[in-house]
Design a protein. Structure first.
Length: 244
């Protein structure tokens, strides 16, 4: 498959992930990492993710849970700063391996909690330690590998919120986070004007993917959505481990 076709496929997946299953975005990250140099791919994918965020926020403009977003945001900057520092000292292999393992552990913990709790909703996500840990983890993983969708999905899954509210909260949260990341990426010398042109050219594919994702959410049951969230998080982790 040619480079342009791969970029279009990655854009379609980003659009779909932003309006349906966030963990799938890591597949697009992997695609871009195979066709561009590692550092260049980081900025290239960030611009596409922001386009996807804008589209998703339009679809779910009334569905964000701002109490959850406010709970997580203060720790984001800490995670972004740690991620920026980590990028300067660690190699790609160690980075991808560690993040992939962490996500797999989180999936296993979430499965265990669901088995133990049954139908009773856990309130562990409301604890300040959980919120600060999740926020820092999201900031760190999004800065280092654009792989925070799986971490955020697991946190929202633990919160037990309804699927539309889940996707809306995820959309608004990552629009804010990815915009915050832009100065960090510019400061690291990763983002250039050509990334904006590429994002503009691929925007139609992102929109098509977003519409497909929106149609999926309207038809999928809550139980199947919860299972899909865990499965895509596991796929995200496996993708990072295979790239390591």
């Amino acid at each position: 498959m040619g480079t342009i076709a791969l970029m279009i496929l990655a854009a379609l997946i980003i659009g779909y992930s932003k309006t349906a299953l966030g963990g799938l975005a890591v597949v697009s990250v992997a695609i871009f990492a195979t066709i561009l140099p590692a550092k260049e791919s980081t900025a290239a994918i960030l611009t596409l993710l922001i386009v996807g965020d804008v589209v998703a926020c339009w679809h779910y403009r009334r569905d964000g849970d701002w109490s959850l977003i406010r709970r997580l945001l203060p720790a984001i900057v800490i995670g972004l700063a740690l991620g920026s520092a980590f990028l300067r000292i660690v190699n790609d292999h160690t980075l991808k391996l560690s993040i992939g393992i962490v996500i797999l552990v989180l999936v296993a913990v979430q499965l265990w909690l669901k088995t133990r709790a049954g139908e009773r909703m856990s309130t562990a996500h409301e604890h300040p330690v959980a919120a600060w840990s999740a926020g820092t983890g999201v900031g760190f993983t999004t800065m280092t590998a654009n792989a925070a969708g799986a971490v955020m999905a697991l946190y929202l899954s633990a919160a037990g919120i309804e699927k539309r509210r889940f996707v809306g909260t995820n959309a608004w949260f990552f629009l804010i986070v990815n915009l915050i990341k832009v100065p960090f990426s510019v400061g690291l010398g990763l983002m250039h004007w050509r990334d904006l042109g590429r994002a503009a050219a691929l925007s139609p594919a992102i929109l098509i993917g977003a519409l497909l994702g929106y149609a999926t959410i309207k038809r999928i049951s809550q139980a199947h959505f919860d299972i899909a969230v865990l499965l895509t998080s596991a796929v995200a982790a496996a993708g990072l481990l295979l790239r390591a």
